[in-house]
Design a protein around this ligand. Structure first.
Ligand SMILES: [Zn+2]
Length: 245
């Protein structure tokens, strides 16, 4: 990556618009971001994003806590003071976000649920390549399936994402094929969804953006993550009553 690493400081985030500030030269940038470069180099070549853009200490309201990805530009926003405490798993998680560059659904329920899936897949990505993600000191929100469909409630996709990562680990282990399918769904050109009425339908519709041969696997893996009461009838086998002669 070193040639594909672009690092800025004094950038400003206003609303969704990120204004890049001053670009750092490689001599300045590389020593600061060595853990990121090492995490990138630890990935299989096909999964290394060729371009990684980082903004150090961007001005933002609310301020950036430690590290996050700016979805519209796919760039990593990170606070310098946080860099020493960021384990490899955190960098791998952020690089997974960079990879998942396809469009997202826009409806409230759809966008929240798929944001939680994205967080879970990013954690699972880190788990497959370096083990479970440790976040000492990160303040997690409460797990809130109920906030999915209530736009007035603040929604934090991370706790549901952590739950998805654990669900995948419990049922599939650290499965590289499943991970690659999931990453591929997020790179698809289709951001399915928008008017879905239930979480189960959102997941099934979103999976239309996955490769056709991956859809059944991806749907089964995601439906298993939903609590039973949200799963709907998608997993129930159809009972066919034979007509008596
Ligand atoms: Zn994330």
């Amino acid at each position: 990556m070193p040639a594909g690493l672009n690092v800025y400081e004094e950038s400003r985030l206003e609303g969704l618009v990120l204004q890049p500030g001053r670009r750092l030269g490689p001599d300045e940038a590389l020593p600061l971001l060595r853990p990121l470069v090492e995490a990138w180099a630890s990935l299989p070549p096909a999964l290394r994003p060729p371009q990684v853009v980082v903004h150090l200490d961007p001005q933002a309201t609310p301020p950036i806590d430690r590290v996050e990805v700016h979805r519209p530009s796919g760039s990593i926003l990170v606070m310098r003071r946080a860099i020493p405490e960021l384990a490899r798993g955190i960098w791998l998680h952020e690089l997974a976000h960079v990879l998942m560059s396809g469009p997202r659904p826009t409806g409230s329920l759809d966008s929240r649920l798929i944001a939680a899936v994205e967080e879970g897949v990013a954690d699972y990505f880190a788990r497959v390549w370096s083990g479970p993600v440790e976040r000492p000191g990160f303040v997690g929100g409460s797990v809130g399936w109920e906030a999915l469909a209530l736009p007035a409630l603040r929604f934090d996709p991370h706790p549901l994402g952590e739950r998805l990562d654990r669900h995948l680990a419990d049922h599939y282990g650290a499965s590289e094929p499943l991970l690659l399918d999931l990453i591929d769904c997020f790179r698809g050109r289709r951001g399915e969804g928008g008017i879905q009425s239930s979480p189960a339908t959102v997941l099934d519709t979103w999976a239309l953006g996955c490769a056709p041969e991956a859809r059944v696997r991806v749907r089964a893996a995601l439906q298993g993550w939903l609590p039973a009461e949200l799963r709907g009838e998608h997993e129930a086998p159809q009972t066919v009553l034979e007509a008596r002669p």
